[in-house]
Design a protein. Structure first.
Length: 399
């Protein structure tokens, strides 16, 4: 602070004699009392404390969505238009998610643990997905496997402990609780049906939690918000990092002797459905997909329900496409969507918000003359993995 520009409540720099310090102290006290008194009499200050009206921006943002969304939505009426649209939207999604900014590296796979379980062997494996970024995952291999078998990538959502719930590891009571609540161990359900199953940790979950949520008692927490805050200013998104990691995992899956030459499917609940959606939309190596609990119009489910996790939000994405458009990118790959009728994430209009998006996706499958490759399992219940039609679907399309 320059000399001659002292605040009225700040003594000049340098040490002062005792008498002067006492004088300054008295002056500060008097000025404080004067301020308090003037605030008590200030009618503007009184008005602020009696504020009765808010001026939010929510409606404006909803209007922005209404009049400025889906510029690259699915509108193709011929196979040629579909090809151009698909190529253009895929390129745009890679750009918006920051996928093309991520850094390839040697995967350097390591098998760190092998455990015999009831009916299958469980391996823990690590691969590098970017320089300095390691993804641990489990591989579940059915007992008595003869040669090779189809593979399933089983992704997790939130409140899962990452791969622990999907791989059915019941060491932690919180993980046990979430497995039972959400029917979360669909990786184990798949290996018991003869598939070789890969259960990865997404960035921010399980063994990949960031320092903000790394305590053992925070096993069900995720670090999506921190990853989003750190990544977005660098042009990176959580969804893009997850999709990239799964593309690298696909490369690895194809090298496994138990899988070589076989089909690879992807299944997942909630945030796991989010991961399956983006992966199947962008990578044609997925032969069959099941998206559970993550399919609805974004205006109702992510704009209106704006407290949703940060991993759902990709800058400029809604200007380009809604969820039905993204799922249309998956055609002609067989796709089953699971929706619980009482799932609060469907938004305030419930199933109407889901059926509208399904109708968009259905147009793509009809245009390609493969309507039988799209199905919708709707059921009474909450936000859970249903699995009733899903495994028949895999058996039909992924064997
Ligand atoms: Zn999240």
């Amino acid at each position: 602070m320059r000399e001659g520009r002292h605040s009225s409540l700040c003594p000049p720099n340098g040490s002062l004699p005792y008498e002067e310090r006492v004088g300054w102290g008295c002056l500060v006290i008097i000025e404080c009392l004067t301020l308090i008194e003037s605030n008590q009499q200030n009618p503007i200050q009184k008005g602020l404390t009696k504020m009765t009206q808010l001026f939010p921006t929510e409606q404006y943002l909803r209007d922005r969505f209404k009049f400025g969304s889906r510029s690259m939505g699915f509108e193709a009426t011929t196979r040629e238009e579909w090809q151009f649209w698909r190529q253009a939207l895929r390129a745009k999604i890679r750009e918006l998610q920051g996928i093309d900014r991520l850094l390839p590296t040697s995967p350097n796979p390591k098998i760190t643990e092998t455990v015999q379980c009831d009916g299958y062997t469980r391996q823990r494996v690590e691969i590098d997905t970017e320089p300095g970024v390691t993804m641990p995952f489990y591989v579940l291999i059915p007992d008595n496997l003869q040669g090779t078998a189809p593979a399933v990538i089983a992704t997790h959502g939130h409140a899962s402990g990452g791969k622990f719930a999907v791989a059915g590891i019941r060491d932690d009571p919180q993980v046990v609780g979430t497995i039972d609540e959400h029917n979360y161990d669909y990786g184990v359900q798949a290996v018991r049906r003869g598939y070789v199953v890969f259960c990865p940790d997404a960035r921010g979950f399980g063994e990949r939690r960031e320092s903000f949520s790394s305590k053992p008692e925070q096993i069900l927490n995720s670090s999506c918000q921190q990853l989003a805050h750190m990544g977005l200013p660098l042009g990176l998104t959580v969804a893009g990092m997850w999709t990239w990691d799964l593309i690298v995992l696909l490369d690895y899956v194809q090298t496994r002797p138990e899988v070589q030459g076989q089909k690879i499917s992807a299944i997942g609940l909630s945030g796991g459905g989010l991961q399956v959606m983006w992966l199947a939309a962008l990578d044609e190596r997925i032969a069959c997909a099941v998206i559970s609990g993550y399919f609805y119009g974004v205006a109702d489910s992510l704009l209106h329900l704006s407290n949703n996790c940060a991993c759902n939000y990709i800058p400029h994405m809604w200007e380009m496409a809604d969820m039905g458009d993204v799922a249309a990118l998956i055609a002609p790959c067989p796709l089953l969507i699971e929706t619980a009728r009482q799932d609060g994430l469907n938004g305030p209009r419930g199933m109407d918000n889901v059926f509208e998006q399904y109708a968009i996706t259905e147009k793509a499958y009809k245009l390609l003359d493969v309507p039988e490759r799209l199905a919708h399992d709707t059921f009474d219940g909450g936000h859970v993995w249903h699995g009733t039609i899903a495994f028949d679907w895999l058996e039909h399309w992924a064997r």
